[in-house]
Design a protein around this ligand. Structure first.
Ligand code: PLP
Length: 229
């Protein structure tokens, strides 16, 4: 548990250093602690160090953890692939969904968002790596999808998310993150008001912050290496 505390401090320091290097205000970059596969006890330890927002990719696992941790009032973000048969549970339990790839899923989430909860905060996931990555909508399809999602009553479209292909090539990585930022800027020029770029993980958060990330999604650097699932 002391490891989690030290790791969280180290990640916050990395974000602060990346912001300083980019001339950005650190309040513009939120840390999402990705707790998928980790126990409720690990999440509780991170919460004890002041971490409030947690990311999960598997619905059943996440819902069980939320029940155990209900006393903490944490903010839960769904970041994994989302199938139609899981939208109801996600709409009921999460504050954010980062991984909207299709209008049908967004429509279901809006229709199933329980009355009395604030709108579900959502990002559209964009495939900025072309053939090299399978998740996310094609960049060319993002404007129409964003316009349609922005009209749904119980969702609030906040921005875009991307997971570039793994690469050691820092210039390529930067270009992927820059592509997401440019797409966001183009959508805003077209009349949307997107304030969020969800990009950057344990190994590439510096490059993402340099290109304008507002939420970095960090698992391994906080909780350690996951067992292969
Ligand atoms: C697992 C996951 C992360 C965290 O990745 P790490 O490399 O462990 O930091 C971030 N984003 C998404 C969408 C994930 O599924």
């Amino acid at each position: 548990m002391t490891t989690i505390s030290a790791n969280l401090q180290a990640v916050r320091a990395r974000i602060a250093a990346a912001c300083a290097a980019a001339g950005r205000d650190p309040v513009e970059v939120r840390l999402l602690a990705v707790s998928k596969t980790w126990s409720a006890a690990a999440v509780r330890a991170a919460a004890g160090c002041g971490q409030r927002a947690f990311g999960e990719s598997y619905v059943q696992e996440a819902v069980a953890k939320m029940a155990e941790l209900a006393d903490l009032g944490l903010e839960w973000h769904f970041i994994g692939p989302l199938q139609s048969n899981k939208t109801r549970a996600v709409a009921a339990a999460f504050a954010w969904v980062h991984s909207i790839e299709r209008l049908k899923i967004a429509e279901r989430l809006s229709a199933q968002r329980p009355a009395g909860l604030p709108p579900l905060q959502v990002c559209i996931e964009v495939n900025v790596s072309g053939e090299a990555s399978k998740s996310g909508c094609a960049p060319a399809d993002a404007p129409a999808l964003a316009a349609a999602v922005a009209k749904l009553p119980n969702l609030r479209l906040r921005g875009l998310m991307a997971i570039p292909e793994p690469t050691e090539d820092n210039r390529l990585l930067r270009s992927r993150f820059a592509a997401l930022r440019n797409l966001r800027d183009a959508l805003n020029a077209g009349g949307l008001a997107l304030d969020t770029l969800s990009m950057g993980m344990s190994h590439d958060l510096e490059a993402a912050v340099a290109e304008g990330a507002n939420i970095v999604r960090v698992g391994t650097a906080i909780f350690g290496r996951r067992e292969p699932t």
